[in-house]
Design a binder for this molecule. Structure first.
Ligand SMILES: [Zn+2]
Length: 391
Protein backbone atom coordinates (compact mmCIF):
# COMPACT_ATOMS: atom_id res chain seq x y z
CA UNK A 1 0.00 0.00 0.00
CA UNK A 2 1.32 3.46 -0.81
CA UNK A 3 1.87 5.60 2.27
CA UNK A 4 1.80 9.36 2.29
CA UNK A 5 3.07 11.82 4.84
CA UNK A 6 0.76 14.37 6.41
CA UNK A 7 2.70 17.03 4.55
CA UNK A 8 2.16 15.36 1.15
CA UNK A 9 -1.54 14.94 1.82
CA UNK A 10 -1.80 18.54 3.03
CA UNK A 11 -0.37 19.71 -0.31
CA UNK A 12 -3.13 17.78 -2.09
CA UNK A 13 -5.88 19.12 0.21
CA UNK A 14 -4.77 22.75 -0.06
CA UNK A 15 -4.87 22.49 -3.87
CA UNK A 16 -8.67 22.13 -3.69
CA UNK A 17 -10.21 25.59 -3.43
CA UNK A 18 -12.84 24.71 -0.85
CA UNK A 19 -13.71 28.28 0.03
CA UNK A 20 -17.11 27.89 1.67
CA UNK A 21 -19.00 29.34 -1.32
CA UNK A 22 -17.58 26.54 -3.54
CA UNK A 23 -18.47 22.87 -3.73
CA UNK A 24 -16.22 20.61 -1.67
CA UNK A 25 -17.10 17.47 -3.63
CA UNK A 26 -13.75 17.21 -5.44
CA UNK A 27 -11.97 17.18 -2.09
CA UNK A 28 -14.45 14.64 -0.71
CA UNK A 29 -13.88 12.44 -3.78
CA UNK A 30 -10.12 12.69 -3.20
CA UNK A 31 -10.52 11.48 0.40
CA UNK A 32 -12.86 8.68 -0.69
CA UNK A 33 -10.35 7.53 -3.32
CA UNK A 34 -7.50 7.73 -0.82
CA UNK A 35 -9.43 5.56 1.65
CA UNK A 36 -10.67 3.18 -1.03
CA UNK A 37 -7.10 2.14 -1.86
CA UNK A 38 -6.98 0.73 1.68
CA UNK A 39 -10.38 -0.89 1.20
CA UNK A 40 -12.06 1.56 3.56
CA UNK A 41 -15.61 2.62 2.65
CA UNK A 42 -16.84 6.13 3.43
CA UNK A 43 -20.32 7.44 3.91
CA UNK A 44 -21.21 10.69 2.20
CA UNK A 45 -23.82 12.92 3.80
CA UNK A 46 -24.79 15.42 1.09
CA UNK A 47 -26.40 18.79 1.73
CA UNK A 48 -29.88 19.52 0.40
CA UNK A 49 -28.60 21.14 -2.79
CA UNK A 50 -26.29 18.21 -3.46
CA UNK A 51 -23.26 20.41 -4.15
CA UNK A 52 -21.47 19.71 -0.86
CA UNK A 53 -21.05 16.77 1.44
CA UNK A 54 -19.77 15.70 4.81
CA UNK A 55 -17.95 12.41 5.16
CA UNK A 56 -18.28 9.78 7.90
CA UNK A 57 -15.69 7.03 8.03
CA UNK A 58 -15.19 4.18 10.50
CA UNK A 59 -11.91 2.34 10.84
CA UNK A 60 -11.71 -0.70 13.07
CA UNK A 61 -14.55 -2.79 14.44
CA UNK A 62 -18.17 -1.67 14.13
CA UNK A 63 -19.77 -0.86 17.44
CA UNK A 64 -19.66 1.54 20.31
CA UNK A 65 -16.77 3.09 22.20
CA UNK A 66 -15.07 4.79 19.28
CA UNK A 67 -13.34 8.12 19.20
CA UNK A 68 -14.42 10.72 16.64
CA UNK A 69 -11.83 12.86 14.87
CA UNK A 70 -13.64 15.91 13.53
CA UNK A 71 -12.55 18.53 11.05
CA UNK A 72 -14.13 20.86 8.51
CA UNK A 73 -13.19 20.78 4.84
CA UNK A 74 -14.10 24.36 3.94
CA UNK A 75 -11.93 27.43 4.33
CA UNK A 76 -12.42 31.19 4.33
CA UNK A 77 -11.99 33.34 1.18
CA UNK A 78 -8.71 34.88 0.07
CA UNK A 79 -10.59 37.80 -1.54
CA UNK A 80 -8.97 41.14 -0.84
CA UNK A 81 -6.03 39.56 1.01
CA UNK A 82 -2.46 40.17 -0.04
CA UNK A 83 -0.64 36.84 -0.26
CA UNK A 84 3.08 36.52 -0.99
CA UNK A 85 2.57 32.85 -1.91
CA UNK A 86 -0.06 31.24 -4.11
CA UNK A 87 -2.83 30.41 -1.59
CA UNK A 88 -3.81 27.10 -3.19
CA UNK A 89 -0.28 25.82 -3.67
CA UNK A 90 1.32 24.55 -0.47
CA UNK A 91 4.64 26.37 -0.19
CA UNK A 92 7.41 25.60 2.30
CA UNK A 93 9.51 28.41 3.75
CA UNK A 94 11.58 28.28 6.95
CA UNK A 95 9.82 25.26 8.40
CA UNK A 96 6.39 26.66 7.64
CA UNK A 97 3.84 25.39 5.15
CA UNK A 98 1.90 28.26 3.60
CA UNK A 99 -1.50 27.90 2.00
CA UNK A 100 -5.17 28.68 2.57
CA UNK A 101 -6.52 26.16 5.05
CA UNK A 102 -3.06 24.85 5.96
CA UNK A 103 -3.78 25.84 9.55
CA UNK A 104 -7.58 26.05 9.63
CA UNK A 105 -7.88 23.14 9.31
CA UNK A 106 -6.63 20.93 6.53
CA UNK A 107 -3.44 20.30 8.51
CA UNK A 108 -5.41 18.18 10.95
CA UNK A 109 -7.29 16.38 8.17
CA UNK A 110 -3.94 15.59 6.52
CA UNK A 111 -2.53 14.14 9.76
CA UNK A 112 -5.64 12.00 10.25
CA UNK A 113 -5.48 10.65 6.69
CA UNK A 114 -1.75 10.04 6.91
CA UNK A 115 -2.38 7.95 10.04
CA UNK A 116 -4.76 5.55 8.26
CA UNK A 117 -2.09 2.89 7.49
CA UNK A 118 -1.12 2.89 11.18
CA UNK A 119 -4.78 2.47 12.18
CA UNK A 120 -5.07 -0.53 9.88
CA UNK A 121 -1.80 -2.05 11.04
CA UNK A 122 -2.68 -1.70 14.74
CA UNK A 123 -5.29 -3.35 14.43
CA UNK A 124 -7.88 -1.41 16.41
CA UNK A 125 -9.89 -3.03 19.20
CA UNK A 126 -12.18 0.01 19.29
CA UNK A 127 -13.16 2.12 16.28
CA UNK A 128 -11.81 5.47 15.15
CA UNK A 129 -14.35 7.58 13.27
CA UNK A 130 -13.71 10.51 10.96
CA UNK A 131 -16.38 13.20 10.87
CA UNK A 132 -15.38 15.64 8.13
CA UNK A 133 -17.84 18.47 7.62
CA UNK A 134 -18.56 21.31 5.20
CA UNK A 135 -19.85 24.87 5.71
CA UNK A 136 -18.24 25.27 9.12
CA UNK A 137 -16.95 28.74 8.44
CA UNK A 138 -20.46 30.13 7.99
CA UNK A 139 -21.81 29.09 11.37
CA UNK A 140 -21.19 25.33 11.70
CA UNK A 141 -24.02 24.56 9.29
CA UNK A 142 -22.69 21.52 7.43
CA UNK A 143 -21.99 19.21 10.35
CA UNK A 144 -25.61 19.16 11.51
CA UNK A 145 -26.89 16.73 8.87
CA UNK A 146 -24.11 14.30 9.70
CA UNK A 147 -24.74 14.57 13.44
CA UNK A 148 -28.45 13.92 12.89
CA UNK A 149 -27.65 10.71 10.96
CA UNK A 150 -25.14 9.54 13.55
CA UNK A 151 -27.53 10.32 16.39
CA UNK A 152 -30.22 8.28 14.60
CA UNK A 153 -28.38 5.17 13.45
CA UNK A 154 -24.68 5.62 14.11
CA UNK A 155 -22.56 3.90 16.70
CA UNK A 156 -22.33 5.43 20.16
CA UNK A 157 -18.88 6.94 20.29
CA UNK A 158 -17.09 7.56 23.56
CA UNK A 159 -15.67 11.02 22.86
CA UNK A 160 -14.64 13.48 20.18
CA UNK A 161 -11.53 15.44 19.24
CA UNK A 162 -12.09 18.56 17.15
CA UNK A 163 -8.86 19.32 15.30
CA UNK A 164 -9.16 23.10 15.12
CA UNK A 165 -5.81 24.88 15.35
CA UNK A 166 -4.92 25.05 19.05
CA UNK A 167 -1.12 24.77 18.66
CA UNK A 168 -1.66 21.15 19.85
CA UNK A 169 -2.85 22.33 23.25
CA UNK A 170 -5.94 21.06 25.04
CA UNK A 171 -8.86 23.43 24.62
CA UNK A 172 -11.85 22.68 26.85
CA UNK A 173 -14.37 25.22 25.66
CA UNK A 174 -15.41 27.76 23.10
CA UNK A 175 -18.01 30.48 23.07
CA UNK A 176 -21.30 30.06 21.27
CA UNK A 177 -22.52 32.49 18.69
CA UNK A 178 -25.50 33.83 16.83
CA UNK A 179 -25.92 36.49 14.18
CA UNK A 180 -28.89 38.30 12.71
CA UNK A 181 -29.72 40.68 9.92
CA UNK A 182 -32.10 43.39 11.11
CA UNK A 183 -34.14 45.25 8.51
CA UNK A 184 -36.10 48.44 9.26
CA UNK A 185 -38.86 49.80 7.02
CA UNK A 186 -39.70 53.45 7.62
CA UNK A 187 -41.32 56.13 5.50
CA UNK A 188 -39.47 58.26 3.00
CA UNK A 189 -40.24 62.02 2.77
CA UNK A 190 -38.33 65.14 1.79
CA UNK A 191 -35.94 65.99 4.58
CA UNK A 192 -37.61 69.39 5.06
CA UNK A 193 -40.66 67.40 6.24
CA UNK A 194 -38.68 65.05 8.46
CA UNK A 195 -41.31 64.67 11.23
CA UNK A 196 -43.81 63.35 8.65
CA UNK A 197 -41.46 60.49 7.75
CA UNK A 198 -40.06 57.54 9.66
CA UNK A 199 -36.29 57.70 9.50
CA UNK A 200 -35.13 54.09 9.22
CA UNK A 201 -31.48 55.02 9.85
CA UNK A 202 -32.33 56.88 13.06
CA UNK A 203 -34.39 53.97 14.41
CA UNK A 204 -31.60 51.59 13.46
CA UNK A 205 -29.19 53.85 15.36
CA UNK A 206 -31.49 53.75 18.40
CA UNK A 207 -31.60 49.97 18.25
CA UNK A 208 -27.83 49.69 17.80
CA UNK A 209 -27.33 51.96 20.82
CA UNK A 210 -29.57 49.61 22.78
CA UNK A 211 -27.59 46.58 21.54
CA UNK A 212 -24.45 48.31 22.76
CA UNK A 213 -26.03 48.77 26.19
CA UNK A 214 -26.79 45.03 26.28
CA UNK A 215 -23.13 44.39 25.41
CA UNK A 216 -22.04 46.67 28.25
CA UNK A 217 -24.27 44.73 30.66
CA UNK A 218 -22.86 41.41 29.44
CA UNK A 219 -19.33 42.71 29.99
CA UNK A 220 -20.18 43.09 33.68
CA UNK A 221 -22.09 39.82 34.10
CA UNK A 222 -20.80 36.21 33.79
CA UNK A 223 -17.01 35.94 33.61
CA UNK A 224 -14.76 33.01 32.73
CA UNK A 225 -11.07 33.61 33.28
CA UNK A 226 -10.11 30.69 30.99
CA UNK A 227 -10.94 32.95 28.04
CA UNK A 228 -8.62 35.77 26.92
CA UNK A 229 -11.76 37.88 26.77
CA UNK A 230 -13.62 36.60 29.82
CA UNK A 231 -17.23 37.63 29.04
CA UNK A 232 -19.88 37.47 26.31
CA UNK A 233 -19.64 40.06 23.54
CA UNK A 234 -21.86 41.67 20.89
CA UNK A 235 -20.77 43.50 17.76
CA UNK A 236 -22.58 45.26 14.90
CA UNK A 237 -20.60 44.48 11.76
CA UNK A 238 -22.29 46.07 8.76
CA UNK A 239 -24.91 48.73 8.11
CA UNK A 240 -26.54 50.13 5.01
CA UNK A 241 -29.33 52.58 4.32
CA UNK A 242 -30.33 55.86 2.77
CA UNK A 243 -30.03 57.41 -0.69
CA UNK A 244 -29.41 61.16 -0.35
CA UNK A 245 -28.83 63.89 2.23
CA UNK A 246 -32.23 65.50 1.64
CA UNK A 247 -34.31 62.32 1.73
CA UNK A 248 -35.52 60.76 4.97
CA UNK A 249 -34.51 57.12 4.46
CA UNK A 250 -37.19 54.46 4.47
CA UNK A 251 -34.75 51.53 4.56
CA UNK A 252 -31.91 50.57 6.82
CA UNK A 253 -30.44 47.21 7.59
CA UNK A 254 -27.57 46.05 9.73
CA UNK A 255 -26.03 42.82 10.91
CA UNK A 256 -24.88 41.97 14.39
CA UNK A 257 -23.43 38.94 16.12
CA UNK A 258 -22.97 37.89 19.68
CA UNK A 259 -20.60 35.39 21.27
CA UNK A 260 -21.74 33.93 24.55
CA UNK A 261 -20.25 32.01 27.41
CA UNK A 262 -21.98 28.68 27.93
CA UNK A 263 -23.63 29.98 31.11
CA UNK A 264 -25.23 32.90 29.24
CA UNK A 265 -28.48 32.02 27.45
CA UNK A 266 -28.35 32.98 23.74
CA UNK A 267 -32.13 33.24 23.52
CA UNK A 268 -32.24 35.66 26.44
CA UNK A 269 -29.82 38.01 24.69
CA UNK A 270 -31.86 37.86 21.50
CA UNK A 271 -35.17 38.36 23.27
CA UNK A 272 -33.87 41.47 25.05
CA UNK A 273 -32.94 43.02 21.71
CA UNK A 274 -36.09 41.83 19.96
CA UNK A 275 -38.38 43.14 22.65
CA UNK A 276 -36.75 46.58 22.66
CA UNK A 277 -37.26 46.72 18.88
CA UNK A 278 -40.83 45.45 18.85
CA UNK A 279 -42.19 46.84 22.12
CA UNK A 280 -40.39 50.18 22.35
CA UNK A 281 -39.25 51.36 18.91
CA UNK A 282 -41.82 49.91 16.54
CA UNK A 283 -44.88 51.56 18.19
CA UNK A 284 -43.19 54.96 17.74
CA UNK A 285 -42.54 54.22 14.08
CA UNK A 286 -46.10 52.99 13.53
CA UNK A 287 -47.58 56.07 15.19
CA UNK A 288 -46.36 57.94 12.10
CA UNK A 289 -46.62 55.18 9.53
CA UNK A 290 -48.70 52.05 10.30
CA UNK A 291 -46.80 49.95 7.72
CA UNK A 292 -43.43 50.56 9.39
CA UNK A 293 -41.66 47.36 10.39
CA UNK A 294 -38.61 45.86 12.05
CA UNK A 295 -37.59 42.35 11.02
CA UNK A 296 -34.92 40.00 12.33
CA UNK A 297 -33.53 37.28 10.09
CA UNK A 298 -31.18 34.74 11.68
CA UNK A 299 -27.93 34.21 9.79
CA UNK A 300 -26.29 31.53 11.91
CA UNK A 301 -26.28 30.08 15.39
CA UNK A 302 -24.07 27.56 17.12
CA UNK A 303 -23.92 26.53 20.75
CA UNK A 304 -21.08 27.18 23.16
CA UNK A 305 -18.96 24.29 24.30
CA UNK A 306 -17.54 23.35 27.68
CA UNK A 307 -16.11 20.27 29.27
CA UNK A 308 -14.97 20.41 32.86
CA UNK A 309 -11.14 20.50 32.96
CA UNK A 310 -11.06 17.62 35.44
CA UNK A 311 -13.13 15.36 33.19
CA UNK A 312 -11.21 12.06 32.77
CA UNK A 313 -11.24 12.51 28.98
CA UNK A 314 -9.45 15.87 29.36
CA UNK A 315 -6.96 14.27 31.73
CA UNK A 316 -6.31 11.47 29.21
CA UNK A 317 -5.81 13.91 26.30
CA UNK A 318 -3.39 15.97 28.41
CA UNK A 319 -1.49 12.80 29.26
CA UNK A 320 -1.25 11.83 25.57
CA UNK A 321 0.00 15.33 24.75
CA UNK A 322 2.38 15.40 27.70
CA UNK A 323 1.13 18.84 28.69
CA UNK A 324 -0.97 19.62 31.69
CA UNK A 325 -2.35 23.03 30.66
CA UNK A 326 -5.67 23.89 29.05
CA UNK A 327 -7.49 26.96 27.80
CA UNK A 328 -10.70 28.11 26.11
CA UNK A 329 -11.11 29.94 22.81
CA UNK A 330 -13.44 32.68 21.59
CA UNK A 331 -13.78 31.39 18.04
CA UNK A 332 -16.70 29.19 17.06
CA UNK A 333 -16.25 25.50 16.39
CA UNK A 334 -18.25 22.32 16.00
CA UNK A 335 -17.39 21.03 19.47
CA UNK A 336 -20.55 22.57 20.97
CA UNK A 337 -22.67 20.62 18.47
CA UNK A 338 -20.96 17.30 19.26
CA UNK A 339 -21.83 18.05 22.87
CA UNK A 340 -25.42 19.21 22.28
CA UNK A 341 -26.40 16.73 19.51
CA UNK A 342 -24.49 13.60 20.55
CA UNK A 343 -23.79 14.35 24.22
CA UNK A 344 -20.11 13.59 23.69
CA UNK A 345 -17.24 14.74 25.87
CA UNK A 346 -15.26 16.81 23.38
CA UNK A 347 -11.97 18.67 23.35
CA UNK A 348 -10.34 20.81 20.71
CA UNK A 349 -6.78 19.96 19.78
CA UNK A 350 -5.10 20.44 16.43
CA UNK A 351 -1.98 21.66 14.65
CA UNK A 352 -1.36 25.32 13.87
CA UNK A 353 -1.91 28.58 15.70
CA UNK A 354 -5.37 30.14 15.58
CA UNK A 355 -3.72 33.53 15.06
CA UNK A 356 -2.70 32.26 11.60
CA UNK A 357 -6.20 31.22 10.60
CA UNK A 358 -8.14 33.36 8.13
CA UNK A 359 -5.03 35.52 7.52
CA UNK A 360 -3.11 36.18 4.31
CA UNK A 361 -0.03 33.94 4.18
CA UNK A 362 -1.76 31.46 6.51
CA UNK A 363 0.66 28.73 7.50
CA UNK A 364 1.13 25.70 9.70
CA UNK A 365 4.53 24.82 11.08
CA UNK A 366 5.93 21.48 9.95
CA UNK A 367 6.78 20.76 13.59
CA UNK A 368 3.06 21.12 14.42
CA UNK A 369 2.19 18.43 11.88
CA UNK A 370 4.89 16.24 13.45
CA UNK A 371 3.43 16.81 16.93
CA UNK A 372 -0.05 15.96 15.64
CA UNK A 373 1.24 12.80 13.90
CA UNK A 374 2.75 11.64 17.22
CA UNK A 375 -0.42 12.53 19.13
CA UNK A 376 -2.54 10.50 16.70
CA UNK A 377 -0.18 7.54 17.11
CA UNK A 378 -1.00 7.63 20.82
CA UNK A 379 -4.72 7.84 20.09
CA UNK A 380 -4.35 4.82 17.81
CA UNK A 381 -2.41 2.94 20.51
CA UNK A 382 -5.24 3.60 22.97
CA UNK A 383 -7.80 2.20 20.54
CA UNK A 384 -5.51 -0.75 19.73
CA UNK A 385 -5.48 -1.63 23.43
CA UNK A 386 -9.24 -1.19 23.56
CA UNK A 387 -8.79 1.00 26.61
CA UNK A 388 -11.32 3.67 27.48
CA UNK A 389 -10.24 7.29 27.07
CA UNK A 390 -11.89 7.92 30.42
CA UNK A 391 -9.38 5.91 32.45
ZN1 LIG B 1 -11.71 26.12 11.59
Amino acid sequence: MPTHSSREILADLVAFDTTTRNSNLDLIAYIEAYLAQFGIPSRRIPNEEGDKASLWVTIGPEGDGGIILNGHTDCVPVDGQHWTTSPFTLTERDGRLYGRGSCDMKGFLACVLAAVPKMLAAPLARPIHFAFSHDEEIGCQGVRGMLAEIARDGPKAEACIVGEPTSMQTVVGHKGGRSYRCGLDGLSVHSSLAPHGVNAIEYAAALITFIRSVADTLALSAQDADFDLPHSTISVGLIEGGTAINIVPDKCSFVFEFRNLIEVDQEEIYQAILSHAIDTLLPRMRAVHPEADIRFEPIYAYPAHAITPDHPFVTRIKALLGRNSHSKVAYGAEAGLFLSELGLPTVLCGPGAIAMAHRPDEYVELSQLDTCDVFLEKVIERQRQGASFFR
